[in-house]
Design a protein around this ligand. Structure first.
Ligand SMILES: *[C@@H]1O[C@H](CO)[C@@H](O)[C@H](O)[C@H]1NC(C)=O
Ligand SMILES: *[C@@H]1O[C@H](CO)[C@@H](O)[C@H](O)[C@H]1NC(C)=O
Ligand SMILES: *[C@@H]1O[C@H](CO)[C@@H](O)[C@H](O)[C@H]1NC(C)=O
Ligand SMILES: *[C@@H]1O[C@H](CO)[C@@H](O)[C@H](O)[C@H]1NC(C)=O
Ligand SMILES: *[C@@H]1O[C@H](CO)[C@@H](O)[C@H](O)[C@H]1NC(C)=O
Ligand SMILES: CC(=O)N[C@H]1CO[C@H](CO)[C@@H](O)[C@@H]1O
Length: 637
């Protein structure tokens, strides 16, 4: 009898589904499943037993609704239909008070929140039940999903792992900070799904947006623009001017969860403040939550080529002081995200890692976003491949055109093809080591550094131009440590048969994060003679007392040396950027959760007003701070 048959309850079988779909921990309340893989629901009836041969049942999913008729099959299909939803019941389970249904979504389903509606139609009546929602995510385990990643360890790292390391500093002195991506923190999944609903694409045309959400290329375009708050109700506001008093200083964030929770609970007010690694890490969290494998990548000496002509212009005086004339700049480091996906919109060869850069730098088709751009397109210099390839190519492989000017005249030029993108790296899979990605961005082509000579010369009576004869390199000895003296070495190589007397001017300037340098804070100069066919090495020492009042431990310094021939004013230049590392703080964790934190002051003077702060996720309620009074301190927590 099925006259009074009604649906009493639907069991979403959270536990079992979350295990088989690798979605444990993402949500406490909702069923979270991956596309292209069957999940289980148990329908419980009252008022009669269910006979599938006479009753017809419809499951309606999502908005826009997807209709799906319950059918009998011997066994649910393992891989799932590419096109259609299916709902299957084992024959053995018929004629009972409850029935287990295997529902499978097409592998190219839209990512998002679905409403589950069950309709039961018998000869006598028809009833509809709205039974709740479930969430559908991408499936990197499924080989027909465009985000399919064949290596299990990589999925663990790039989808499931909720912490990582972000690299910063400079290529000569790479530093790292831990970041908690926070996929499993409460409110994070909700924030990620809400982000899709708040996007301008969804607001404009929700039906079109639902249809396009099957494609990870589309998802990364939408999400990239929503991470920064420009042009939409996006998450983070960027700031680079050292005044963060009305928000959180970018370096103070330690994870994405706080940021996403704050954005959600404030009803989409931009969270203050982000800089590149904050934007990138939050994007990485959202992509991992949605099931798109992603990693945070740091590019050292990343160029910001404002007009995307792949050349960065720099202007110097004859004493080696860099001028703030160019809008182009080179960031000490820049951080973006790589997301793993097939590019079915492109010809073969561009699948795999795609650069997606959420830091608002330049407009891309009218919106502050950048990418997705195949890493392969950057390596092969395929500048026409979408999206934003010329700009990203210049970031990692642009040429630096350095021009020395004297009284409005160009007295020397160099084209440096090695200065940009010296190191590109990310955290290694399954370990906290650095993984060097430079080779995947930089082609094998070796671009020869060109040294162009100034115009209007070459009469045979004049000496041969020094730019053809002399070569110069500037290096920093060892890795500079804050509080110690820093030594520079300038090597000049002879090629000429003439003896030369040259003027050497050395200059050091403080460089702000992405800005032009300030005035020189320290200079040095020498008059030198170089014998024919001889090498000459010059040493300079920047003492701690010369920089203690100007630099901080995280400062970046631009050092440049110019050699000028006083007979012709012709000049050659070599430049080098560096940052310093700090004297290490040592920490030893004892039993009973006691940690000994030791800081030994290796400076020649007493540190006054220094504060040591200690933070422990899940261990300490708040940051612990202790003032350092003596030159050596041991703190017991
Ligand atoms: C690149 O653009 C700058 C202006 O931003 C211009 O001065 C320079 O000549 C251009 N370089 C090349 C190689 O086109
Ligand atoms: C990274 O790889 C590049 C080439 O692939 C190499 O030249 C460079 O020395 C490597 N750097 C580090 C820090 O391993
Ligand atoms: C730096 O050099 C000065 C002068 O040579 C020397 O007196 C001082 O001890 C050095 N300081 C350090 C920390 O090496
Ligand atoms: C540049 O160096 C020369 C000697 O090499 C020196 O005479 C001159 O004063 C220096 N210029 C400046 C601005 O320091
Ligand atoms: C070199 O520069 C100085 C000062 O800018 C100028 O007085 C002199 O005429 C220049 N010499 C040549 C050969 O251009
Ligand atoms: C690069 C170069 O030509 N170096 C020459 C400098 O002078 C010495 C001594 O004459 C030569 O041996 C080097 O070859």
């Amino acid at each position: 009898t099925e006259g009074n048959l009604r649906l009493r309850l639907v069991n979403f079988e959270h536990k079992e589904n979350h295990i088989s779909h690798e979605t444990q921990g993402l949500s406490e309340n909702h069923l979270v499943v991956r596309r292209g893989k069957p999940f289980k629901l148990t329908l419980m009836f009252g008022g009669g037993t269910w006979n599938p041969r006479t009753a017809s049942h419809l499951l309606m999913l999502g908005s826009p609704f997807i209709f799906c008729k319950l059918i009998f099959i011997e066994a649910p299909s393992k891989s799932g239909d590419l096109q259609r939803w299916s709902a299957a019941v084992h024959p053995g389970e018929s004629r009972s008070q409850s029935v287990t249904v295997n529902i499978c979504s097409p592998v190219l389903s839209s990512v998002g929140v679905y409403q589950l509606v069950v309709q039961i139609e018998t000869m006598q009546n028809k009833q509809t039940y709205a039974v709740g929602t479930f969430i559908l995510l991408c499936n990197p385990w499924h080989q027909d999903d465009p985000v399919y990643m064949p290596v299990k360890e990589q999925i663990e790292e790039y989808v499931k792992s909720d912490y990582g390391w972000v690299y910063f500093g400079s290529s000569a002195n790479v530093q790292s900070r831990p970041w908690l991506f926070g996929q499993y923190e409460s409110g994070v999944l909700e924030a990620c799904l809400t982000l899709l609903q708040v996007s301008p694409q969804h607001q404009r045309d929700s039906n079109k947006d639902y249809i396009l959400r099957t494609d990870p290329v589309y998802l990364s375009l939408v999400i990239c623009a929503m991470i920064n708050s420009k042009d939409d109700q996006g998450i983070l506001l960027g700031k680079w001017d050292n005044d963060y008093s009305d928000g959180v200083k970018p370096t103070d964030w330690t994870g994405s969860a706080d940021i996403l929770q704050q954005w959600l609970s404030s009803k989409f007010k931009p969270v203050r403040y982000g800089q590149c690694w904050v934007f990138a890490s939050v994007l990485c969290t959202v992509m991992r939550v949605l099931g798109i494998p992603s990693r945070v990548v740091t590019v050292f000496d990343a160029a910001h080529d404002t007009n995307a002509n792949t050349t960065i212009e720099e202007y110097y005086t004859t004493t080696g002081e860099k001028l703030g004339w160019s809008r182009d700049s080179i960031w000490n480091f820049h951080v973006w995200v790589e997301c793993w996906m097939r590019r079915s919109d492109l010809s073969p060869g561009f699948d795999g890692w795609q650069v997606v850069d959420p830091t608002p730098q330049e407009l891309s088709r009218g919106v502050y976003r950048c990418g997705p751009c195949p890493v392969a397109a950057i390596r092969e210099r395929c500048l026409l491949v979408p999206y934003d390839t010329p700009f990203l190519y210049a970031s990692v492989d642009g040429d630096v055109h350095r021009v020395i000017v004297d009284n409005g005249h160009v007295v020397g030029e160099t084209l440096d093809s090695k200065a940009v993108g010296r190191l590109i790296c990310t955290k290694s899979v399954g370990s906290s080591c650095l993984s060097n990605l430079t080779h995947s961005y930089k082609g094998l082509k070796s671009k020869k550094a060109l040294i162009t000579k100034p115009k209007a010369r070459q009469t045979s009576a004049e000496p041969t131009p020094m730019s053809e004869d002399e070569e110069m390199s500037l290096t920093i000895e060892g890795s500079p440590v804050f509080g110690k003296n820093i030594s520079f070495c300038v090597k000049v190589t002879n090629r000429s048969s003439q003896m030369r007397t040259l003027r050497e001017n050395f200059s050091t300037q403080l460089k702000e994060y992405n800005r032009n340098p300030q005035h020189s804070f320290w200079t040095a100069h020498k008059e030198i003679s170089i014998q024919p066919y001889k090498d000459l090495t010059l040493y300079h020492t920047l003492h701690y007392s010369d920089y203690e009042s100007t630099l901080a431990a995280d400062s970046v310094v631009n050092a440049a040396v110019v050699l000028q021939d006083p007979r012709t004013n012709e000049s050659i230049l070599s430049a080098q950027e560096f940052s310093m590392s700090c004297v290490p703080i040592e920490m030893e964790v004892k039993r009973h959760q006691t940690a000994h934190v030791t800081f030994t002051n290796q400076l020649d003077k007493v540190l006054s007003g220094a504060v040591l702060s200690v933070e422990g996720s899940g261990l300490l309620q708040q940051k612990q701070e202790t003032r350092l009074v003596y030159s050596q301190s041991v703190i017991q927590l």
